[in-house]
Design a protein around this ligand. Structure first.
Ligand code: HOZ
Length: 437
């Protein structure tokens, strides 16, 4: 299928009928708010399957997928190694609520690929990972205050749903009802990439701050890389004041580089959170870090954390298969080159159509902004982008067989299944979309 063959208008009747039915049983018809298409308008699509770089919806339309299950599908849908690992585990059992050797294998792999992680605990989602990491940081420092950044999203943890990115930003509700004020009173929110604000806060409250949690590349307010010196400044104040530096690498881990954003930017956190990426698409997460901090965790230490499904053999099998594949020499370099080719091609086509448009990419993650600014480094710049134009572009691309995140505030993902053919089809579709805007 080529972009030009994928002529508008696609039939979405079965997706529309399923959405109508879903609304009677599921709040808003979806199990996670970004899926509802509120950020772009129209009805959400329902999908029946995926194949390599492609998604197939319930009306049998095919799309080049730049969401990749929000990051983990670095190898694309149904990669043979991942499927074989899952099939082998299916013959053995789904879960035991007890330890397996495979948990040691994946823990060893994570510790060797991300050297700042000396001990790691598996959990079942990124939200659980960040929630647990903060509890451990508070237990370790015996302090209560935490610091996060505007537009960063660390899952739906009570104390972190303050000026949060992702779905909260898409819906225009970055703070959630149902979170007691007392929980968020202990959360300081600073502007992303603002080194002076960070220094000023630490000067005032440094000795009361348990931790700073940050997405080292912000991927939940579109994609905003750190400015030079931002992560380094964080490392410096945390060391100076005895606070724990937590890198939330739920999105960036194993994706922007084999050692995550911390190896890409050469800044070492005390703790790291990981998410779906280590499950090859299955529900999983992890938090880890320096040995002395992680030894606070039960049963060794007094910080309680537990989970019946933690270390699910299926998720571990899929995750290990993926972690093996991405260790191939040159893997991440090739991913970066492919992503850069896509970004450059999009910028050229937007410019030819006279559309103000700029992009960022780090490894296999990217962000596209309808903006007159050259580079986007601050939250206000993200908010000032032309969201209306993005909405139109999203639907023009969808009709041409390209599935982008249904929100102007989400990062995009390229995987190894996106070959030259898929990139060319995407650029052809974008050329038509920019012309139509
Ligand atoms: N930005 C989210 C992942 N980091 C989107 C996924 C979701 O909320 O469903």
């Amino acid at each position: 299928m080529s972009a030009t063959e994928a002529t508008p208008k696609k039939n979405h009747s079965r997706s529309a009928a399923l959405f109508e039915e879903a609304r009677h049983f599921i709040p808003g018809g979806v199990n996670s708010p970004v899926r509802a298409f509120r950020g772009v308008g129209g009805n959400p699509l329902f999908f029946q399957g995926g194949e390599g770089a492609w998604l197939i919806d319930e009306d049998n339309n095919r799309y080049i997928d730049y969401v990749g299950a929000w990051g983990p599908l670095i190898l694309g849908h149904r990669h043979p190694d991942v499927i074989a690992a899952l099939q082998a585990q299916l013959q053995l059992g789904l879960g035991y609520g007890a330890s397996t050797e495979a948990e040691i294998t994946i823990a060893k792999t994570i510790c060797s690929l991300v050297p700042s992680i000396e001990r790691v605990r598996l959990v079942t989602s990124g939200t659980e990972a960040t929630m647990s990491a903060i509890r451990v940081a508070r237990g370790f420092t015996r302090r209560d205050r935490i610091v996060k950044f505007e537009g960063c999203y660390h899952g739906h943890v009570d104390g972190l749903l303050v000026k949060a990115g992702s779905g909260a930003l898409t819906l225009g509700e970055p703070d959630s009802l149902g979170v007691p004020k007392a929980y968020t009173d202990l959360t300081h929110v600073l502007p992303y990439n603002d080194i002076d604000a960070l220094a000023a806060l630490f000067e005032k409250h440094g000795r009361e701050i348990a931790c700073v949690i940050v997405e080292p590349v912000a991927g939940n307010m579109n994609l905003v890389p750190p400015v030079p010196g931002f992560l380094e400044a964080m490392r410096q104040v945390c060391t100076q004041y005895g606070a724990v530096l937590i890198f939330d690498e739920v999105m960036t881990g194993f994706r922007v580089a084999l050692g995550g954003a911390q190896s890409h930017y050469q800044v070492t956190p005390d703790m790291t959170t990981l998410g779906k990426v280590i499950g090859g698409g299955l529900p999983v997460g992890a938090f880890g870090g320096r040995r002395e901090i992680m030894e606070m965790v039960a049963p060794l230490g007094p910080v309680y954390q537990a989970g019946t499904l933690a270390g699910s053999p299926l998720a571990v099998a899929a995750g290990m298969a993926m972690l093996k594949a991405i260790q191939a020499p040159g893997f991440h370099e090739a991913l970066s080159v492919r992503t850069q080719r896509l970004m450059k091609g999009l910028e050229e086509r937007a410019s030819a159509a006279g559309i103000p448009f700029t992009t960022h990419s780090v490894g296999g993650m990217f962000g596209c902004f309808f903006s007159t600014e050259d580079k986007i480094t601050r939250f206000e710049q993200v908010m000032a982008c032309n969201v209306e134009q993005f909405r139109k572009y999203f639907h023009l691309m969808l009709e041409r067989g390209v599935y982008l995140a249904p929100s102007a505030f989400e990062a995009g993902f390229v995987g190894t299944a996106h070959g030259d053919a898929e990139i060319d089809l995407t650029l052809d579709a974008a050329e038509q979309a920019f012309a139509a805007l």
